[in-house]
Design a protein around this ligand. Structure first.
Ligand code: SF4
Length: 204
C-alpha cells in the first residue's frame, strides 16, 4: 500500500508542479509540494513556503522548519515518519499570509494529498492553515489550539506555527502540550477522541 501511495503522490507532485491556478506561481521559484511518509497517520499543514523552502523546493526547511524538526523529534514523531506540507504550495511574496482566494485555489491539491495519504490526524500549523481548513470564523489561535475538530472521521488539531514560537517563546509551553496530545493520539496511547468540536467549515 505504501508503495502505491508513494507512486500516487509522485504523480500528483508532477501535476501540481505545473499548476498556474493562482498568481503565486508567477512570483516564486517553484511549487513546494510536500514530503514525508506517504502512509503517515498524521499530516502537518503549514501556511506556505518561505524563502528557504522556495529555494530548496522542500517544506519547513528554514529556521521554523528546523524548530518543527526538534519538536517532532522530542515528541517521538520523527520527521521521516510523518507527512509535511502547506495550504498553499507556492511562496507568497515577502512571506505574506496567503489570501482566501489563493488558499481556495490551492486546496484541491491538498485534498488530493489527503485522499492518497488518508491520515487519521491532521495538524494545522498557524491561523492561515486553520482558516483554510476549518473556516475563517475562528478568531485566534488561542481560541482553537489544542482542540480536536472532526471532519469525515479525521481528527484535526490547530496549534501555533513554529515561526510564531520563534517570535514568541511563551507559545512553547502550549505547543509542547499540544504535541504531547498529538503524540499520544498518533501512537494510540492517549485520548485522541476527547474534546472533539464540530464547529467550523468543512473538510478533511
Ligand atoms: S499556490 Fe497552489 S494553486 Fe497557486 S499556483 Fe501554486 S500550486 Fe497552483
Amino acid at each position: 500500500m505504501e508503495a502505491k501511495q508513494a507512486s500516487a503522490l509522485e504523480n500528483l507532485a508532477k501535476e501540481t508542479c505545473s499548476c498556474t491556478k493562482c498568481p503565486l506561481r508567477s512570483g516564486c521559484n517553484g511549487v513546494v509540494f510536500g514530503e514525508g511518509n506517504p502512509a503517515s497517520p498524521v499530516m502537518f499543514v503549514g501556511e506556505g513556503p518561505g524563502q528557504t523552502e522556495d529555494e530548496l523546493g522542500r517544506p519547513f526547511v528554514g529556521k521554523a522548519g528546523q524548530l518543527l524538526d526538534k519538536i517532532l523529534q522530542a515528541a517521538d514523531l520523527p520527521r521521516g515518519d510523518v507527512y509535511i506540507t502547506n495550504i498553499v504550495k507556492c511562496r507568497p511574496p515577502g512571506n505574506r499570509t496567503p489570501t482566501a482566494e489563493e488558499m481556495n485555489a490551492c486546496l484541491p491539491w491538498l485534498r488530493l494529498q489527503f485522499a492518497i495519504i488518508r491520515p487519521k490526524y491532521i495538524i494545522l500549523l498557524g491561523l492561515a492553515a486553520t482558516h483554510g481548513i476549518l473556516g475563517a470564523d475562528i478568531p485566534t489561535m488561542k481560541s482553537c489550539r489544542g482542540q480536536w475538530f472532526e471532519r469525515k472521521g479525521v481528527k484535526i488539531m490547530p496549534t501555533y506555527h513554529p515561526a510564531a514560537l520563534l517570535r514568541n517563546p511563551q507559545f512553547k509551553k502550549p505547543v509542547w502540550e499540544d504535541f504531547i496530545v498529538i503524540r499520544d493520539a498518533v501512537k494510540g496511547t492517549g485520548a485522541g477522541n476527547q474534546n472533539v468540536s464540530n464547529t467550523g467549515k468543512e473538510e478533511s
